[in-house]
Design a protein around this ligand. Structure first.
Ligand code: GDP
Ligand code: CA
Length: 324
């Protein structure tokens, strides 16, 4: 790296849009690579719901646990070193057990709910979590009000996202997705500010339809993105998602899933796009695009992969900026 490039790289202020598991992996890499405090994550809350009277925020927790080094990397959700006594007892009582919360995870849910009941916002409570668990990066829920993603099936029923995702295991075919509970919701002041102040905005390899689109649907977000440097990483590799329903959603909605389809999905806001090396051959057939498109190993199995991809993303951002 030239000294000029290196300095630009380290001092970059990055704001990343993310969902849960896929997004969290790249965030861990960015958190490692950037100077402490230089990363802000804006996290989808469209999956949030209430269970046993507790606010559940799956993507926010995946991101926070990952950044705190507390995530269960085997399951891909929840906490490592977890025990399940409460869930087992609930099962014995015939209580609903379709959404699994481990004992340690439950402790955080109880504390978060206590703070919500005191009138604290989700944004304030998330900052508190980051402080307790030593996270240097800033984590912002996309908004503080309820903004549920709703799924309309081909049979015509509207489902809450967790109903579709966990209870029905993504089996129903999707006809339509409604974001933000079909209401107009503005991005929080901190969210808009984090986007405006960023040198680079990263769209993590998260589900475009139900993890990233809710954030993009907030009033004010797209307008800022159009004026900023934005780089995305594809969550679709060789036409499939590594996990979850992203590829099936493209199919259900009549679009062949591919990295190119992801790039197209973000047309109008992207300056750069990173797809997986495994799609190199396919990429030769893609339509020409003004978006600077580069291959890299995007499958992140360990921290080294996360760091390497984070560096590749920032490096593409710096090069686009310096080429302008
Ligand atoms: P969720 O809310 O927990 O489902 O998580 P996200 O929306 O953040 O991530 C889901 C997406 O992450 C899926 O489409 C996966 O294909 C993608 N994903 C998971 N792990 C990886 C990875 O290591 N590399 C890439 N490129 N995508 C990944
Ligand atoms: Ca999610």
């Amino acid at each position: 790296m030239t000294p000029k490039f290196d300095a630009a790289f380290r001092n970059f202020k990055v704001t990343a849009l993310a969902g849960g598991v896929g997004g969290a992996k790249l965030l861990v890499g960015l958190d490692e690579v950037l100077q402490p405090g230089r990363l802000t994550a804006i996290v989808n809350t469209g999956d949030d719901f209430t269970h046993f009277g507790l606010h559940i925020s799956p993507d926010l927790d995946s991101v926070c646990y990952a950044l705190a080094g507390l995530a269960d990397l085997v399951h891909g959700w929840g906490r490592k070193d977890e025990s399940w006594q409460v869930l087992e007892e609930l099962r014995r009582m015939g209580a609903p057990d379709w959404f699994a919360l481990g004992d340690r995870d439950l402790a955080w849910h109880l504390e978060r709910q206590r703070l919500l009941n005191e009138g604290k916002t989700l944004t304030e409570i998330t900052a508190h979590f980051c402080e307790i668990f030593g996270i240097h990066s800033h984590v912002l829920p996309m908004c503080d009000e309820p903004a549920p993603t709703l799924i309309k099936t081909k049979e015509g029923a509207w489902l809450g996202f967790q109903d579709y995702f966990v209870r029905l295991k993504c089996q129903p075919e999707i006809a339509e997705i409604a974001l933000l509970g079909n209401r107009a919701i503005a991005g929080s002041e901190l969210v808009i500010q984090a986007l405006q102040e960023a040198d680079l905005i990263v769209i993590a390899p998260s589900n475009p339809w139900v993890s990233i689109d809710p954030i993009l649907a907030l009033e004010g977000v797209r307008d800022v993105l159009q004026q900023k440097l934005v780089v995305a990483v594809s969550p679709i590799i060789k036409g499939s998602a590594l996990k979850g329903p992203a590829a099936k959603m493209f199919n259900d909605l009549g679009i062949k899933p591919s990295a190119q389809a992801v790039r197209q999905h973000y047309e109008g806001i992207l300056d750069g796009f990173i797809f997986d090396n495994l799609d190199l051959e396919d990429a030769e057939k893609w339509q020409a695009s003004a978006i600077i498109t580069e291959p890299f190993q995007t499958i992140m199995t360990d921290d080294a992969d996360k760091i390497a991809l984070a560096r590749a993303v920032i490096s593409l951002g710096v090069r686009i900026l310096q080429g302008r």
